[in-house]
Design a protein around this ligand. Structure first.
Ligand SMILES: Cc1cc2nc3c(=O)[nH]c(=O)nc-3n(C[C@H](O)[C@H](O)[C@H](O)COP(=O)(O)OP(=O)(O)OC[C@H]3O[C@@H](n4cnc5c(N)ncnc54)[C@H](O)[C@@H]3O)c2cc1C
Length: 418
């Protein structure tokens, strides 16, 4: 399956690593977090090796939604995701409170792309291919199995042999085997959100072109989404916060029920056809509660529980944390200094935003407040435009509370891919 217009050579899987494979930084996981870290280190002249247990293209259960923040970071990393076959830029977002019909929020039409959808199977494959085309070693089908962390090096025991590294970046997702191997998991931890996803073809033109979100009363602060893809299909799903209202075991039955709710069915249309089976996966959103480093190991993306606590979005956060971890390794020698620099960057760039997002999520959990929030956001053309730009992370969630991050073009900067 082609993933971009000019495909570089595929990544490789070694039969076995040679007796002493050495690298400056080993990255476990070739999702967005791992590849962002790899490109950043490679650009700084570091020797980097990436392993992933999967072979790409591999699917990742996801809504496939890309915020302005994610798009700008992909651009910075040198990938134009608009080359991905399923790419669909979005300019209109329809949001419905628990009791209302959807209200349209338009993103700026003349300043580039502020939101887009691209299938993760294709986007992640394109990222891996892009990294390989830059000269980065990516070993697919290689699983991290064990770790021994010394004071000067780490030995990673993989399904293809041992790799010795000075630093390790754990970009290995929600269930982070690295975290597990180091004994750093929180007992019984299963993420803050749990979400279902399924692709549908033959949807209505509205569902194939616009992005829909419904705050259903029984799911709050969770929501149902329909995200459009090229070719007139859509990514459809819903997410709930663990421990509120709906129990995880009830989600499967609820899925069938949600798809038949009139206001959702009307947007999908009578001829919508489900592709394959639905999938479900947890979403970790507690940045700062999980340990972010351990000796020479840094955790990034879902392995750092860095998704947004209000929306469950994590691609932009995965890219950002991957870049910041790599920057810290480039800037410092000593593991403690690297860890401190990484923590400081997360603190300055993300932690306040996540705290605010969590507070807003608590507001959205209450039906009357959720309804009022959508109504207030839609009071004027200005509130509509800026609300949706804020929602799509054109600027950080808590930017108004952090004057340090103010700059003159904060509310007028363009999106990406003009
Ligand atoms: C249903 C759902 C909907 C979502 N919708 C959105 C959305 O619309 N927009 C958004 O921004 N975010 C969304 N998210 C969140 C987003 O999918 C994640 O935050 C994002 O994928 C995190 O990227 P990552 O690189 O940290 O991890 P991942 O993308 O999970 O990559 C981790 C990689 O590690 C590899 N790995 C694991 N174990 C090993 C091992 N032992 N050895 C080697 N490799 C290993 C895996 O194969 C995988 O490739 C959604 C999540 C879910 C569950």
């Amino acid at each position: 399956m082609p993933t971009s217009k000019s495909d570089p050579p595929p990544a490789s899987a070694p039969e076995r690593f040679s007796a002493r494979t050495r690298t400056n930084t080993l990255i476990v996981g070739a999702g967005p977090a791992g590849i962002a870290a790899a490109i950043t280190l490679h650009r700084a002249g570091r020797d980097v090796t990436v392993i992933d247990k999967a072979r790409f293209p591999r699917d990742k259960c996801c809504g496939d939604g890309l915020t302005t923040g994610a798009l700008r970071l992909l651009d910075d990393l040198g990938l134009n995701p608009a080359t991905v076959p399923s790419w669909k830029a979005v300019s209109r977002v329809q949001i419905a409170g628990p009791r209302g019909t959807p209200i349209a929020f338009d993103l700026p039409g003349d300043g580039g792309t502020f939101a887009a959808i691209a299938r993760r199977s294709e986007l992640d494959h394109a990222l891996v291919r892009h990294a390989v085309s830059l000269g980065i070693t990516v070993h697919e089908g290689v699983t991290l199995e064990n770790l021994s962390v010394g004071s000067t090096t780490i030995n990673a025991h993989t399904s293809a042999g041992v790799v010795e590294a000075e630093h390790l970046i754990a970009a290995d997702g929600m269930w982070s085997p690295t975290r597990k191997l180091l004994g750093l998991t929180i007992q019984g931890y299963r993420g803050e959100w749990h979400a279902f996803r399924q692709y549908f073809s033959n949807v209505t033109p509205a569902a194939g072109n616009e992005l829909f979100v419904w705050f259903e009363e029984d799911l709050l602060p969770g929501y149902v989404w329909v995200f459009p893809l090229a070719d007139g299909s859509a990514n459809v799903g819903f997410g709930i916060q663990r421990g509120r209202g709906v129990a995880i075991q009830e989600m499967k039955a609820l899925w069938t029920d949600l798809l038949e709710r009139p206001r959702i069915r009307a947007v999908l249309g009578p001829n919508a056809v489900a592709e394959g089976r639905h999938q479900a996966w947890p979403i970790p959103a507690r940045l700062g509660d999980l340990q972010l480093h351990h000796g020479r190991v840094l955790f990034v993306g879902d392995a750092a529980a860095a998704t947004d606590p209000m929306t469950g979005e994590g691609i932009g956060q995965a890219l950002a944390t991957g870049i910041w971890a790599a920057d810290a390794i480039v800037a410092h020698q000593d593991p403690e200094a690297i860890a401190a620099a990484y923590e400081a960057r997360l603190s300055a760039g993300m932690k306040k935003d996540h705290r605010l997002a969590q507070a807003l999520s608590n507001i959205l959990a209450r039906p009357r407040l959720a309804q009022a929030s959508v109504r207030v956001a839609s009071t004027s053309a200005w509130t509509r435009r800026n609300f949706v730009r804020w929602l799509f992370e054109d600027y950080p969630r808590a930017v108004l509370l952090t004057p340090r991050r103010w700059h003159r073009r904060l509310f007028s900067q363009p999106g990406a891919y003009r």
